[in-house]
Structures are given as C-alpha cells and as structure tokens.
Design a binder for this molecule. Structure first.
Ligand code: ADP
Ligand code: MG
Length: 253
C-alpha cells in the first residue's frame, strides 16, 4: 500500500530559484525510503512541505490516498499525529527549560483526547515516560534532567522517543545523526532500525551521507538541485546503470 505519494511537488522561495522542482515519488507502508543529496539540494524543504510546515507552490501530497495539500489546520489534525519529524539538531528541538519528562509528554498531552494508542499501555504519566525512555534505551533517571545535561546522542534519543510517543505511521528523519559523533551515529541508526521493526513504522530517511542512507533504506532516491535524478533498490547501488551523479556520490563516500 502506498502510505505517502507525492506528485509533481514544486516549491520556490524566490522567483527563478526552485528548491523542490516537480518532484514525484511514493513511499510504501513499512519501508524506509532514503533520500540522499548534497547540502542545499532541497531535502529539508521537501521534508517541511510534506509536514505542511511550509506552503507548496504546486503539486499534490497524498497520505493513504487522501490529498492533504489543501487541508486546513483542523482537517490536518489526524495527519499531524500520523507523520512526525526528527531533525538534525536535537538541542534546538527540545525546550531547554523543560525537564525531559515534560518534553516527552508534550505531544501526547496535545493529542491525547483524540488518540487511541496501542503500542504503549501505561498506568500513569511516570510509567508512560519510563516506557518511552526504555524504548529508546535511555536510563529512567534522565526523566528529571534538563536537555543541557544530556549528550547529543541522548538528546536525539529523547526526540525520537517523543516522535514515537503518539504512534505515528511515518517518521521523516531529516539528517537525524548529522550532529552526532560517529559512535552515537551508529547507535542511533541501529535504534531507528529496531524501532521501525518493532513498531511497524515507515521512514523517509533524509541525509547527505550515502553510507547512512544505504545502511537504513530499502530504496534510495538521489536528489540534485531540487530533482530526483536517480532511484533504485539498495542492492543496485553499485550497478553500472547508476546515474553519473550517483557514481560521483559513491566515489566520495
Ligand atoms: P538541504 O536540506 O538539502 O540542505 P534546503 O531545503 O535547506 O536543502 O535548501 C534548498 C534551497 O532552498 C537552498 O538553496 C536554500 O538556500 C534555499 N532555502 C531553504 N530554506 C529557505 C528559506 N526559508 N528561505 C529562502 N531560501 C531557502
Ligand atoms: Mg537540510
């Protein structure tokens, strides 16, 4: 089943400079679809358009066959619960004044009246926080700490816990490990893979790092100057038929 379908999506910030240029693709339920491309090619713009954070110029976005590009905030409510985003910089994503437990509970508190959660069953707020921290392999003591007391890798685990807390179907991961050291990068990628399997999640995994994209994704799209120039299943990454630009990315990774 197609979970997300994008048709001829275009977005410019200024006339003559198109950040996302007539882009089309489909993401199937349960898969991790990778997007790789150099800095500035339009990856984050695409992510923000899909989340309806950024208005689009033209094209369509279907979530489970429903066109969502024209929906108003009220109509978007169920969609906002079902698609979450994890960004590059977890420090900016967490409110520095809130204890981790309060940041963790925030999306749930926002959506709780409408949610019917099944992955996480819990008897109290504290139990919910504990379960979320366990899911991302963090010690429960972190609940009472503040973001600045955590390492970058721990902070990113908190933002991942927050993203999964309301049981979305799709998570857009926009350079989720780019701000982390190599060891934490590997650990967070492993955690993301495990979560996708246990929680039956789908990912759009966005990165400039071809090694990370090919580790995570069953299918890979290569983006250049706002367009998809190549797409293939991971096993075909080193195929002769690859686009010259893909080969260029391979040669530097
Ligand atoms: P990536 O995430 O692949 O690095 P971006 O989507 O951030 O690429 O940027 C794509 C292009 O759009 C770049 O040329 C960038 O300068 C431009 N751009 C991104 N965000 C804005 C913005 N808010 N206003 C104007 N131009 C922007
Ligand atoms: Mg970006």
């Amino acid at each position: 089943m197609s979970l997300l379908a994008v048709k001829q999506l275009t977005k410019s910030y200024q006339a003559g400079k198109t950040a996302v240029n007539n882009l089309s693709f489909e993401l199937k339920k349960g898969e991790c679809l990778g997007i790789v491309g150099e800095s500035g090619c339009g990856k984050s713009t695409l992510a923000r358009c899909l989340l309806r954070i950024e208005p689009i110029d033209s094209g369509s976005i279907y979530f489970k066959n429903e066109a969502i590009e024209q929906l108003n905030e009220h109509q978007l409510h169920p969609y906002r619960k079902n698609i979450q985003i994890v960004l590059q910089n977890p420090a900016a994503a967490l409110n520095p004044k809130l204890k981790i437990k309060d940041s963790l509970i925030d999306p749930y508190a926002q959506y709780s009246r409408k949610l019917n959660l099944s992955h996480f069953s819990y008897s109290s707020r504290d139990a919910f926080v504990k379960q979320l921290l366990e899911a991302v392999e963090l010690p429960s003591g972190i609940a009472n700490q503040y973001p600045h007391e955590l390492s970058g890798g721990q902070r990113q685990r908190v933002t991942i816990a927050r993203a999964i807390s309301i049981e979305p179907e799709l998570i857009v991961l926009d350079e989720p490990t780019a701000s982390l050291d190599v060891i934490s990068q590997g650990a967070v990628l492993t955690l993301l893979t495990e979560l996708r399997e246990t929680l039956n999640l789908s990912y759009l995994f966005i990165s400039h790092d071809l090694a990370a994209v090919s580790q995570m994704s069953q299918r890979i799209m290569v983006m250049k100057e706002g367009k998809i120039v190549d797409q293939f299943i991971r096993d075909h990454l080193f195929g002769e038929e690859r686009h010259p630009y893909t080969k260029e990315l391979i040669s530097i990774f």
